[in-house]
Design a binder for this molecule. Sequence first.
Ligand SMILES: [Zn+2]
Length: 88
Amino acid sequence: MDERRDQPAARCAAADAKDRTPCEGPLVAATIIAADGSEITGCVRHSARRLASMDGTRLHPMAALLPWAVDIYCRAAELPPFAWQVGL
Ligand SMILES: [Zn+2]
């Protein structure tokens, strides 16, 4: 029996504990800077969901060099805050 089946799939640090959607892309796709200056690194999906949910958050300036930075911002613009609370 494969013991890994009992382990939850690895999730990025940006995924909220209540957000059950799977990560998308690299788990360290982008770093988000919160309003208080703290940084959190996550996948494309959960970075966008964090951006849409937390006031004052932004992508780290180095994210501009990444091919998915615009994708993260566009996704965040279309998401409601805390999308996982309304089943998105
Ligand atoms: Zn993720």
